[in-house]
Design a protein around this ligand. Structure first.
Ligand code: PLP
Length: 451
């Protein structure tokens, strides 16, 4: 129960803050969890209670909350050179080193990087780059962006318009230039008797029809997450990206991969596009880029888009866009260390090694009569609650079933995320076998208590 005495942390937190993306009835009834510090994959609240964070913060704290190498990298750079932008021909050495590193680890032979402070800003930056390029090349109406229903790309105006969630209607979004096609969730969206291959082909045909209806000459790009994250962890149907890439290639439309969650190891490879074997024209990165230790995003342009942007920018002599802290040296120093930690200190290997255990745990809990499906890739997983397993009938949204499961988990010292009717798990890459077992045991206990 929330403690509403004036000096309680609950009252102070609710009186002083306006909450985004929070179930307000839950917080009113239960109070806020106010945290003081973290220990590996655990966080600790003001009363000393420990929670295993199966959410990795917000998909991003992949190295845990107290990684000594990341703390040291931040402290050293703060002492050396605490802040600078990447404009007017001046930037820090760290910013240059990180740009080179990102191109080196990207799937591109050559490319260019632009830094932002978040994933949303990186998506907006990508859109503005495309609009700028197309306008300069005499195609001012080539502005539409195609994304998918249920996709999540952020909260700034363009990124929210790209996001395929109904709640954006509350803001009068999407803007007219943003077009959504269907979410490739085979289990939920397939027609009766449709095979997965047929479903994939239908998704590709629908994209093709959408492009023809809108006019390929009006479309600037298609943007997709390799695995939908905030949509409830939805991996693509079999062969989806190959079929989509073929359609986009026929219409000469750039394919942008939003790898804000999937980048740097989450799906078991450095990039989600590697896991699903497709080559995008640009990558949007954030979150794991700094292992959550600094707010930073990046647009990584592949060779064709990088060359085009360079050419059109040379003609006007300036690309008038950027954020005060773009390419912040402390963020870049942390990102350089984070990439090293994930790729060379065993974290990516741990994801690969423990993925079978993770999948077994999800599959075991999916035997519960009120779990309709488990989904996952690498260290991204979800369990979808249903009222009736055979008919896949969802619970009435008003019952907030996933919210109740997540709240019960919190009571047992486990943080996981309710998303729609699903419970999402995205453990930090440092999670051990026994911590993984603890995660599934606590979630199982919560499922049995709620149902
Ligand atoms: N793109 C994807 C795939 C995301 O999951 C998110 C955030 O969760 C964003 C973009 C937006 O990133 P940010 O919250 O840093 O603006």
């Amino acid at each position: 129960m929330a403690d509403t005495t004036p000096q309680s942390w609950d009252a102070r937190a609710t009186n002083s803050m306006f909450y985004g993306f929070t179930d307000l009835p839950s917080i009113r009834e239960r109070g806020a969890v106010v945290l003081t510090h973290g220990e590996g994959p655990y966080v600790v609240d003001v009363e000393g209670k420990r929670y295993l964070d199966a959410n990795s913060g917000l998909w991003n704290m992949v190295a845990g909350f107290d990684h000594p190498g990341l703390i040291e990298a931040a402290q050293a750079q703060y002492a050396r050179f605490p802040g600078y932008h990447a404009f007017f021909g001046r930037m820090s050495d760290q910013t240059v080193m990180l740009s080179e590193k990102l191109i080196e680890v990207s799937p591109f032979e050559t490319g260019k990087v632009f830094f932002t402070n978040s994933g949303s800003e990186a998506n907006d930056t990508m859109v503005k780059m495309l609009w700028f390029m197309n306008k300069q090349r005499g195609m001012p109406t080539k502005r539409k962006i195609i994304t998918r229903e249920n996709a999540y790309h952020g909260v700034t105006v363009a990124a929210a318009s790209m996001t395929g969630k109904p709640y954006n209607e509350l803001f009068g979004l999407p803007l007219p230039e943003f077009v959504h096609v269907r979410c490739p969730h085979y289990w939920r969206e397939a027609l009766r008797g449709e095979t997965e291959e047929e479903f994939t082909q239908r998704m590709a045909d629908e994209l093709d029809q959408t492009i023809r209806r809108e006019g390929a000459q009006t479309i600037a790009a298609f943007v997709a997450e390799p695995v939908m994250g905030a949509g409830g962890v939805i991996p693509p149907s079999k062969g989806y990206f190959q079929a989509i890439a073929k359609v986009l290639k026929n219409h000469r439309i750039p394919f942008i991969a939003d790898e804000v969650i999937t980048g740097f190891g989450r799906t078991g490879n450095t990039w989600g596009c590697e896991t699903y074997d497709f080559m995008p024209d640009a990558i949007i990165s954030s979150k794991n880029l700094t292992a959550g230790f600094f707010p930073m995003g990046a647009v990584i342009l592949g060779p064709e888009l990088a060359d085009t942007l360079q050419q059109v920018t040379d003609e006007v002599e300036e690309f008038p866009h950027g954020f005060t802290a773009s390419g912040h040296p402390v963020g870049c120093a942390i990102a350089l260390k984070a990439i090293d930690v994930v790729m060379n200190e065993g974290l990516a290997d741990n994801v690969k090694a423990l993925t079978p255990r993770f999948e077994e745990g999800l599959a075991r809990l999916a035997e519960h009569p009120n779990i309709g499906e488990w989904r996952g890739k690498g260290f991204m997983g979800a369990l979808e609650a249903v009222q009736d397993k055979a008919t896949k009938t969802p619970f009435d949204a008003k019952l907030s079933v996933s919210e109740r499961i997540a709240n019960t988990c919190t009571d047992h010292g486990l943080i996981c995320r309710p998303l729609g009717q699903s419970i999402v798990l995205c453990p930090p890459f440092i999670m051990t076998e026994s911590q993984m077992d603890e995660m599934f045991d606590k979630l199982e206990k919560a499922l049995n208590e709620v149902f």
